[in-house]
Structures are given as structure tokens and as C-alpha cells.
Write a protein that binds this ligand. Structure first.
Ligand SMILES: CC(C)(COP(=O)(O)OP(=O)(O)OC[C@H]1O[C@@H](n2cnc3c(N)ncnc32)[C@H](O)[C@@H]1OP(=O)(O)O)[C@@H](O)C(=O)NCCC(=O)NCCS
Length: 144
């Protein structure tokens, strides 16, 4: 498995990848492209023999940073892909001496919450009906 930074030319493939995973909060091409063009954007992808198996992204900004997304191919889950992505993302946070990394996650998304807890994120709040279907979000934070 190779983990590397996104290039602009990856965005079409990333949009197809997002669509194929059928995750409710998936990004489309425009969302991916707009985020990528932001100065503080840091996106990584996992690939095996040129086939995408996962992606993750952080937006760094003057007040801190937000983990925007982490998504693994349906048929590649529970095989350490998210671990590899998360370790690369957190290495970048360390390099930038980041103090706080925030994220929002569906309150019922047990696999993602377990992943975040494994890396030391703690729940610091919640947002009622944050998602379009009315589900609440947990707000989690990792302190550097
Ligand atoms: C959450 C997600 C990214 C995990 O990816 P993954 O590659 O399967 O995760 P890994 O195999 O690297 O596992 C890393 C850790 O995540 C946790 N985890 C992953 N899947 C889990 C599951 N189904 N149940 C419980 N814990 C889980 C575990 O803590 C695991 O560590 P362990 O193997 O030492 O127990 C994946 O399920 C996914 O893409 N879900 C849909 C998208 C999503 O929910 N993204 C988060 C949006 S906020």
C-alpha cells in the first residue's frame, strides 16, 4: 500500500471513488476541487497497484485544523487502511506543531468513532441535527 498526497489530477478519480463507497456524506467533484485549492488543504490517498483504497484530508487554518474526511473502500475495510491514512495525517499535524485537531462525526458512526478514539480524539461537544437526514454530530478534538 502506498500513501501519498493528492494531486489536482487525482480529483476525478477521487470523485468516482467517493461515489462508489455510497457513504451518505460523500464529496462530489466540485467539493473535492474547491477544498483542494484552499491554501491550508492537505489530502492523502492510499493506493495499491494504482487502485484507490482510501482517502483522507485535513484543512489547516490560523485557529487550528479540521479533519474533513476519511474514507476507505468498502471491500478494503478492517485491513489497516484508515490506520495508515491517519498516521500520515497526524504526522503532518506534528510537523506543523498543531495544537488542536477537530472533527465532526455522525453520532451513530461506531467504526469512525472507534478509529478516532484509538488516535486519542475525545468528544468535546455535539451538534444537533447537523446532517441533512437529522442525525446529530459528535464534535471530537485531538490535542497535540
Ligand atoms: C471508519 C473507516 C474509515 C475505518 O477504516 P478502516 O480502514 O476499515 O479502519 P482500519 O482497518 O484501519 O482500523 C483502524 C481502527 O479503526 C477502528 N475501526 C475500524 N472499523 C471498525 C469497526 N467496524 N468497528 C469498530 N472499530 C472499527 C478500530 O479502532 C481500528 O483499530 P484496530 O484494528 O486496532 O481495532 C471506514 O469504516 C469507512 O470508510 N467508513 C465510511 C466512511 C466514514 O464513516 N468516515 C468517517 C467520516 S467522519
Amino acid at each position: 500500500m502506498t500513501i501519498r498526497k493528492w494531486k489536482y489530477t487525482d480529483i476525478a478519480a477521487l470523485a468516482v471513488f467517493e461515489e462508489a463507497q455510497e457513504f451518505p456524506d460523500r464529496w462530489n467533484f466540485n467539493m473535492l476541487a474547491e477544498s483542494f485549492l484552499n491554501d491550508g488543504f492537505f489530502g492523502v490517498l492510499a493506493e495499491e497497484n494504482g487502485v484507490l483504497s482510501g482517502m483522507g484530508a485535513i484543512l489547516f487554518h490560523p485557529e487550528g485544523a479540521d479533519l474533513l474526511d476519511i474514507l476507505v473502500a468498502k471491500d478494503r475495510r478492517r485491513q489497516g487502511v484508515a490506520d495508515a491514512l491517519m498516521q500520515t495525517l497526524l504526522r503532518e499535524c506534528g510537523r506543523r506543531e498543531l495544537k488542536k485537531l477537530f472533527l465532526e462525526v455522525r453520532a451513530g458512526n461506531a467504526p469512525a468513532i472507534a478509529l478516532y478514539k484509538k488516535y486519542g480524539f475525545e468528544k468535546v461537544g455535539s451538534r444537533r441535527a447537523y446532517y441533512a437526514d437529522g442525525e446529530d454530530a459528535d464534535v471530537m478534538c485531538l490535542k497535540g
